[in-house]
Design a protein around this ligand. Sequence first.
Ligand code: FAD
Length: 269
Amino acid sequence: MYSLYGGIEQLSIKLKEELQKLPNVQVCLDSPATRLEFGEKVKVHVKVQSKPSVLEVDHVVCAIPSKALQKLIEQPIEELTFNPSVDVAVVNFAFDKKVLPYAAFGYLVPRSVSDSIALGVVFDSCSFPLATPNHEILTVMMGGHQFPSRIGDSATITNDELLFKARQVLGQQLKIQDVPVAHQVTLQHQCIPQYLVNHPRRMQKLHRTIENQFKSKLSVTGASYTGVAINDCILYSGKLADQLLSKGILGSDPYPSPVTGLELYETLS
Ligand SMILES: Cc1cc2nc3c(=O)[nH]c(=O)nc-3n(C[C@H](O)[C@H](O)[C@H](O)COP(=O)(O)OP(=O)(O)OC[C@H]3O[C@@H](n4cnc5c(N)ncnc54)[C@H](O)[C@@H]3O)c2cc1C
């Protein structure tokens, strides 16, 4: 396990800082892409400070969720919208005394435990004791595909209700009845894709569709495709960058071959 002072967003903050130092890089924040048009060049329609603007580029690396990519292009591609995305509620607790009955990473609740509200509980202070030497920190994760059946309507549920449910989890599963000195509730809507059975086969089909329909003009990366963990996102984005430089449109080859970002699925047994 690893952790970063300031949180995992330090990764993207640092990436932005380093990219902005380069003379040939322009970073546009708060500028959502609204449409992609594929022709001789790719026209990327974006909203910069609420005003429409069009960038003309040779190649697009699309790192947004696949459902969001589908909204940008005309042709329907089933593989982009096949997997559902789910809501997850995260409640962090701080206690100023020892409350944990075990020293461990925490635990994940198997699907077969049908009466658990929680997906799992992480014992953060066991993995990173130096970060908060005087407190025990726990994170309760709830929801996923079970959100509607076990938690409620994510559109209307309040933070107080989520806090109540998370404290129920601590009471029932860990026998912790103590009052935390601090807590934080975060509800993330549609924040993580849930791969359905045969995901690799669908990604293989998507790889071929991108190769055939978008030639060397589009690659994809991120949690919708090659694994949802941050490690996977970074690993496969790095491989994509390497391939674009060695055999794709960004390299020196006058006849670059398509690089889709889904080469992992090229040969499935
Ligand atoms: C509660 C929770 C806990 C997790 N814990 C862990 C963990 O402990 N370890 C781990 O490895 N992983 C964890 N994950 C998974 C991991 O955080 C994510 O899968 C990963 O961050 C996905 O990265 P991404 O860049 O592919 O997608 P995202 O982080 O979803 O980024 C996609 C970005 O695209 C932007 N976007 C969307 N549409 C457009 C558009 N039209 N134009 C421009 N931008 C657009 C969005 O605003 C967003 O910023 C967790 C996920 C959740 C929800």
